[in-house]
Design a protein around this ligand. Sequence first.
Ligand code: ADP
Ligand code: MG
Length: 397
Amino acid sequence: MLRTIDSLGDLKGKRVLVRSDFNVPLKDGEITDDGRIRAALPTLTQLVDAGAKVIIMAHLGRPKGQVNPDYSLAPVAKRLGELIDAKVSLAEDTVGESAREGVSKLNEGEILLLENVRFDPRETSKDDAEREAMANELAELGDAFVSDGFGVVHRKQTSVYDIAKKLPSASGLLVLKEIESLSKVTDNPERPYAVVLGGSKVSDKLGVIANLLSKANILLIGGGMAFTFLKAKGYEVGKSLLEEDQIEAVKGYLKEAADKGVDLVLPVDVVVAPEFDKDATPTVVEADAIPDDQMGLDIGPKSQELYAKKIAEAKTVAWNGPMGVFEFPNFAGGTRAVAQALSSGDAFSVVGGGDSAAAVRQLGFDEATFSHISTGGGASLELLEGKTLPGIAVLED
Ligand code: ADP
Ligand code: MG
């Protein structure tokens, strides 16, 4: 059982460190999707209302352990201040003088956001002692710890994992809700259980398939990784995304799926274009007839229909990764078809992955028509794979 905020007792006047996931997309210093900040509000509001002094730890991007103003949390502090009814200030550092002074000046119900935890190389260090040293410094700033950054709970990092061992700790409302929803999929899903996988992180996600082959009944493959599968079947894939060094492994997955009776479905047709461009001319070709000088940017109309039919057969569906380059309207059809099938179907449906969730919103679907839209990409995938997440295990009694 996950410990909840209630287990921390009366928080009035207490300094509560919170890990939030504020890793939002930025363009020219402006936040383009504040979904993650909004997702953090229930926990922060509860703490503010309880009269806690709230100190938030978060990261933005990959500054690789160096202070870099491009990755400052300043835009986040500003947006958070607009969204929440509480005073929000930003420290100039994470565990330095500015952070300590900011904490000492906090009044009940006020929020201090510490600067990007990844400006400190110890945050993501593989060396336990380095992370622990930073955790000790952070622990001096607070009396309790609330873990609410679901997007990072699969990381064994200082502000996620080590700090939980230094202070009385509990899960926030977002982490609780994510785990409740995702466990409906991971523990005894109602069958048939279908998993739809796409996106562009081909090598990351290929590994996931090995685990899913012993869990899912139906596996629908789209996005960039589909082409490594088509190649493994002996088809040519032109200029499409391809992981040459994974072809042998994928042949193994195809065989294993057949042996285990998993319905592993690949695109039967593909939307191709001569280049990766919004205005590139789209052409539909059969999956075994991709021209040399073209690249696959979406699954084709016959595949869309096939995937929608398979999704309709399932009682539980997990989806991670767009079926095509949905950012370009000409190549959004596959992603739209999958979103439509999940949205209008009766299955318990979970969407994970930053871009998949963004696609659902951008294509105009009502988020409420999905059972759960996860804020975590990697974290939700690792749960679907059946892994134990360090940032969750540390909050369990
Ligand atoms: P998520 O964030 O949902 O986990 P990923 O980050 O793995 O998903 O991948 C999302 C990206 O994958 C999108 O930006 C989309 O344009 C891209 N993508 C999907 N299909 C293809 C394809 N066939 N070729 C290249 N990129 C693709
Ligand atoms: Mg992504």
